[in-house]
Design a protein around this ligand. Structure first.
Ligand code: TPP
Length: 249
C-alpha cells in the first residue's frame, strides 16, 4: 500500500522548472500563499497582481488569474481590479523596490484610500532582478552594486521602513512584518498572511505583509549565511511583528 508523504497545493499546478535562484525564499513564499488560498477556499475567486522584479515569475507557477503590473504600479492596478470586481479576492505580490521606491506613491495612496486589497511585499533589501542595486530598504553599511562601500546615510540617506510607514495610513487595516529564515518563522509568516487575507475578506481595509527575504546571488552569500544575515543584521533594523490590526484593536 502506498502512503502519501507529500502533496502539492492544488493551485501550484504547473509542473515547470523553478527559475528562482537556488536557495531563494520566493519558492517558500509562493508555496505558503498557495496553501492558504486552498485552505481558505478562495483560489477560484482570486486575482493576483504581480509586478516587475522577481515577482514577475509568478504566472509561471500559479494556475490563477494574474495581472502583471508595470514596475511600481501593483497597488494601483490592484485598486482597479478590486473596484471593477469587488467580489474578487485581490492581492499583490511585489518587491520592496516596487512597493517602496518607484511605487511608493501608489502604495501610500492605495493604503490611505483603504483599498480592500492585500499587498505581499518581498523585502530582499536590494533590486534583485536587475543585479543587486541599492533599494530604499538597503540597510546602512550594506554593500550593493551601487553602494560598493556600503550604504552611507550622508550620501544615500536612511532606509525606508515599509511596515512603520504603512501603519500610519488610516486605510490600512492590517500590517505585519515577518521572515522566512526558519521553519518557525515560515509558520508565523503563514499566520500573518492568513490574517491579512481575512482582513480583506472581512472588508476592513487594506492589508500589508512585508516578508524579509534573502537574495543569496546578489548578497554573495550561501542560503544558510543569508538567513543568518537576516537574523543578525535585518532583525534589528526591521523588527518582526504586527504593526497594526484593526480587527483586534
Ligand atoms: C518603469 C520601470 N523602471 C525600471 C525598470 C527596471 N527594473 C526592473 S526590476 C527592477 C527592480 C526590482 O526590484 P524589486 O522591486 O525590489 O524586486 P526584486 O527584483 O528584488 O524581487 C527595476 C528597477 C522597469 N522594468 N520598469
Amino acid at each position: 500500500m502506498e502512503t502519501l508523504v507529500f502533496q502539492k497545493p492544488s493551485r501550484i499546478k504547473k509542473d515547470c522548472k523553478v527559475t528562482f535562484c537556488p536557495g531563494c525564499d520566493h519558492g517558500v513564499a509562493i508555496r505558503i500563499i498557495a496553501e492558504l488560498l486552498d485552505e481558505l477556499g478562495i483560489a477560484d475567486k482570486t486575482i493576483v497582481v504581480s509586478s516587475i522584479g522577481c515577482s514577475v515569475f509568478l504566472n509561471d507557477y500559479y494556475d490563477l488569474d494574474i495581472v502583471e503590473a508595470p514596475h511600481g504600479r501593483a497597488l494601483a492596478v490592484a485598486t482597479g481590479v478590486k473596484r471593477a470586481k469587488p467580489d474578487k479576492f485581490v492581492f499583490t505580490y511585489q518587491g520592496d523596490g516596487d512597493f517602496a521606491s518607484i511605487g511608493l506613491g501608489e502604495s501610500m495612496h492605495a493604503l490611505s484610500r483603504g483599498e480592500k486589497v492585500t499587498a505581499i511585499c518581498i523585502n530582499n533589501t536590494n533590486y534583485g532582478m536587475t543585479g543587486g542595486q541599492m533599494a530604499p530598504t538597503t540597510i546602512l553599511g550594506q554593500k550593493t552594486t551601487t553602494t560598493i562601500n556600503g550604504r552611507d546615510a550622508e550620501v544615500q540617506g536612511y532606509p525606508i521602513k515599509i511596515c512603520e510607514m504603512a501603519a500610519v495610513c488610516d486605510g490600512a487595516a492590517f500590517v505585519a512584518r515577518c521572515s522566512l529564515d526558519s521553519s518557525k518563522e515560515i509558520e508565523n509568516t503563514k499566520k500573518m498572511i492568513k490574517r491579512a487575507f481575512e482582513s480583506q475578506i472581512n472588508g476592513l481595509g487594506a492589508s500589508v505583509v512585508e516578508i524579509l527575504s534573502i537574495c543569496p546571488t546578489n548578497w554573495r552569500l550561501s542560503p544558510q549565511e543569508s538567513h543568518e544575515r537576516v537574523r543578525r543584521e535585518l532583525y534589528p533594523v526591521y523588527p518582526l511583528g504586527i504593526y497594526k490590526d484593526k480587527a483586534n484593536k
